[in-house]
Design a protein around this ligand. Sequence first.
Ligand code: B4P
Length: 190
Amino acid sequence: MINLILFGPPGSGKGTQAAKLVDKYRLVHISTGDLFRYEMGNDTPLGLEAKGYMDKGQLVPDSVTIGMLKNKVDSCPDVEGFIFDGFPRTIPQAEALNELLESMDTSVSALISLDVHDDEIVARLLERGKTSGRKDDANEEVIRKRIEVYESETSPVYDYYAQSGKSMKINGIGSLDDIFGRLSDAIDNL
Ligand code: B4P
């Protein structure tokens, strides 16, 4: 199995590139952000809980996120691998993912981080906010909060996987095809 973690700050293009990568590598794409938005759209108890955090640019608690991720992975038997997009975002999430994959006799193949500077992130998300209806894209203060949360809670996950030589950085600035080419080269070299 190939199990990739697509990593990077909010708006770095994880979701955009994951959609292209699943076609090429036939992996199952799991986006915790999309799963939460689906639950929110259906007004489920999980969605209502997540909404309170997401709208403010905060992370949804690990206890909720890890359970949801496990359920999703369990619902996909006999696959060639996964692209985890937006998960793990904390060290406890990374530890839970390792345990889960170990129980399936597999492991994380690589963490690939899309490197994008803050001003570009803010510009991209404000642009998306004009049409997405996402409250977390609607104002700069919330976007800056998301970047701050990324720096403090999520970026240590890069170092966590770097300890076993699995983390790598890709330039996330450029055309969608250029970035896709860089990602494909990195995956083909694994
Ligand atoms: P996510 O849904 O994961 O989304 P994201 O970080 O906003 O975006 P992504 O990097 O996927 O960017 P995209 O491709 O869409 O998270 C949202 C929230 O959910 C979090 O803040 C948190 O509250 C919660 N959550 C999710 N997972 C969690 C977890 N594990 N634990 C706790 N909480 C969790 O690209 C963004 C925009 O840029 C798009 O408009 C795109 O068109 C544009 N773009 C992409 N590539 C571009 C390029 N090369 N040039 C120009 N524009 C580009």
